[in-house]
Design a protein around this ligand. Structure first.
Ligand code: IYR
Length: 231
């Protein structure tokens, strides 16, 4: 039995005891390796099954993402979860208008060549086929009760972490996603009727993978290509 420790006060703010599972270093090594092996099985998937996904599951994913650390704990994000087929169609149409411009005009030849292994183009059927779309909005600023405007802190860093945690939560639930960024993404705020302080950051279609599904046979960089140790 762990001895209970009381809350303490620091500069007038309550601090509570932090509890986490205690484990040996050996257990930590085993856990970290199995987490890595499991995370390494995640892939971006563009083909979705029509198998339904209940709203409760999506709520759990969003709650998980919203546990992410954020600048001064402002949690500068809104997750819009869309299953309404009419809204999904509007989003697909808006995204394909931007992607047509991207593929035909904005993207360099080198960029398009780099994308060849992924077999992407301006058509985005997954925006209607996936049972849910989660559109993540960042809040660069907010208004307090008196109507005063306050900028949030480290908004891109915070929301990037939250999206990473969302992607991990999706993988953990046995679902798949891909990070879709049909820039510019202003159309998403209009379709979803968001406030002017909310900027679309990322669009994640969520569902079960179509069976069978094929993904590019890509290879991840080795540890020594991505890490440098200073011991
Ligand atoms: N937004 C486009 C292009 C695209 C860009 C990158 I970088 C990718 O990794 C994948 C796609 C699209 O979604 O097709």
């Amino acid at each position: 039995m762990m001895e209970s420790i009381d809350n303490i006060s620091i500069k007038g703010y309550t601090h509570i005891p932090y509890h986490t599972d205690t484990c040996t270093v050996e257990e930590s090594v085993v856990k970290s390796n199995s987490f890595y092996e499991w995370l390494d099985t995640r892939r971006s998937v563009r083909e979705f099954s029509d198998r339904p996904v209940p709203r409760e599951l999506i709520e759990n994913l969003i709650k998980s993402a919203s546990t992410a650390p954020s600048g001064a704990h402002k949690q500068p994000w809104t997750f819009c979860a869309v299953s309404n087929p009419i809204v999904k169609t509007q989003i697909r149409k808006g995204a394909e208008i931007e992607e047509k411009e991207n593929y035909e005009k904005r993207m360099s030849e080198r960029w398009k060549k780099d994308l060849e292994p992924f077999d992407t183009d301006m058509n985005k059927p997954f925006l209607e086929e996936a049972p849910w779309l989660i559109v993540v909005f960042k809040k660069a600023y907010e208004y307090d009760d008196k109507g005063n405007k306050h900028n949030n802190y480290y908004v891109n860093e915070s929301i990037g972490i939250a999206c990473g945690m969302l992607i991990s939560a999706i993988h953990n639930a046995g679902l798949v996603t891909l990070t879709h960024t049909p820039s510019p993404m202003n159309f998403l705020g209009k379709v979803l009727g968001r406030s002017s302080n909310e900027r679309a950051f990322m669009l994640l279609p969520v569902g079960y993978a179509k069976q069978p599904t094929f993904v590019p046979g890509l290879k991840r960089k080795e540890l020594d290509e991505v890490a440098v140790f200073y011991e």
